[in-house]
Structure formats: structure tokens, C-alpha cells
Design a binder for this molecule. Sequence first.
Ligand code: SF4
Ligand code: MG
Length: 312
Amino acid sequence: MPSDALLSVRDLSVDFDGVPALSGLSFDVRPGEVLALVGESGAGKSVTARALLGMCPRGAAVSGSVLLRGTPVTAADRGRRIALVPQDALSALSPVLPVDGQLALAVRSVQGLSRRDALARAREALAEVGIPAARVSAYPHELSGGMRQRAVIAMATVNRPELVVADEPTTALDPGTRDKVLGVLGDRCAAAGASLVLVTHDLGAVGAHADRMVVLYAGRPAEYGPVDRILRRPLAPYTEALLACLPTAGTPRKSRLPTLPGRPPAPGALGAGCAFAPRCRYATVRCHTERPAARSVDGREVACHLDHLESV
Ligand code: SF4
Ligand code: MG
């Protein structure tokens, strides 16, 4: 493990009843960085997010390693060293407590403050994510979706974790609110000194908020490296196809990844070759029979057989 990694993921695979949902994923997250996990629906993003927190459902067979500063993530780390911002804020909040009250409980459980100090710290944290003072004692159902997601961001960062994992944190929000909430998430992680794993299908958000990215296709990594390099010149044919479908500057950003011709393979329906071969315009005979290993090319890792990558 490079000494500069906060989180080190090696050969992570997750199977459900022998059907692979994720296979052979390796990446590092450095202190303070934002790493985006990108892919279409079903690419294995949420499975990865859960696996990072050690929260895979019963029945999932997990192999490989996930190390936070060199040690496996345990249940005791969750909410302390590593925190989740889920897509659905309501699932992360108690419906029966006002948000300042539940945030205060989270603060007390980790920081051991007095009831009064914990409540004061909770309200301060809610102010820091942009919830007006008049709304801090509201119940979750009384808040708008954007305000609720801000409250969850406060909850995830108030105890200064080392890593925040956000699983499509703005998908449920309207487009006008998304960028603001992502900005708040980035700001609060930076203020807490936390790294961020941002799971998203929105390449615009990746360009605006992430330092490095992993592109997943059908549960397998296709390309991994610095965002600026990959967005400027994608090397994996799948990344290239995704970017080619993006609206050009000046047109409104689409919320969903644009659709490529064809569909990703169903889990369990992967052949021996490259998962992208049925949709890839460059596919050769070899692509249909041999899974490409990741190679280091031009400052990133690319899993593709293409010969010309050698000369990039
Ligand atoms: Fe396309 Fe072959 Fe590369 Fe897969 S290995 S992305 S099918 S060229
Ligand atoms: Mg998902």
C-alpha cells in the first residue's frame, strides 16, 4: 500500500449467490481527495459503497481487502472514522426526532459532550450546511429534500470522520439544488479533513467536484486515474463512449448518464471476454474470449486490450 493512501481497496469482489456484482476492483483514496466512482445503473457502484463501509447484505460473498489506514473497516468505525451519505436522506434520519436533536445524539455518542454542548454543536453544524436557525428543530418530513440531504451531510461530517462515502447523494433532488448540495458536501468534507468517495452517474458533477475517478462497467473497473486526464482524453472505449454522449458546453446537463447503444450485460451473463465487448466499436476476437487486465497507461489504469494504448 502506498504510504499516502487513506483507504486502500485491493481486488475487491462481491458475489450474490455466485453471481458477481463486483469483480477485481482496486483503488486508493488519498487524504483530503475526492474520488468519484462512476458508472451506469447496475455497474456495481452502490455495492462498492456498501463494501467500503463493511455493510454488504447477508448472503453477499465479499473477497479482497478494504483497509482504512492499514486496518480493516469495522462496524465500530461507521459514523466515526467512516460515514455514509445515502441517496435517500429519509433512510438516514430518524422520523421521530427533530434534526438538531438527532444530530446532538450523534455528537454525544462520539464526542462525549454534555447534552447542552452537544445540542449547541449540532445546531452549529446545521448552520454550517446552510439550514436556517428557524428550521433546525424541524422533523425530517417537514424539510425539503435538499434541506434533508444537508442535514444528512451535517450528520456524516459532524464527528470529523476520515472518510465520507456518498452514494448518489443528489439523485433525488431537482437539478437546481444538486450542485449546491454537492458544493456543501465537498466543503464540509474539506472542513472536517475527510476524504470523499462520491458515487455518481453524473459526469458533470465528477468534472466539477472530483480529483480522481474510477469508471465501472458491469461490475468491473474500466479506467482509473485523474479526472482532468480522463475527461480530456479517455482511453478505455467505455469511458470514451460515455463522454461522447455528453451534451456539449452550453446545453443543459443531463441528470442521467446518456444512453449508449445496447445495454450492459445482466449480472451473471458475462462471458469470458471483456464485459464491454458486445457494445464496443473496437472489439476484436480476443476481446470476446479474454478478459483484459488493468494496465498503467498515461498516468492511469486502463483495462483494455487495445494495442494502440501502448503508444499513448
Ligand atoms: Fe473494447 Fe476490447 Fe477494449 Fe473491451 S478490451 S473495451 S471490447 S477494445
Ligand atoms: Mg446505486
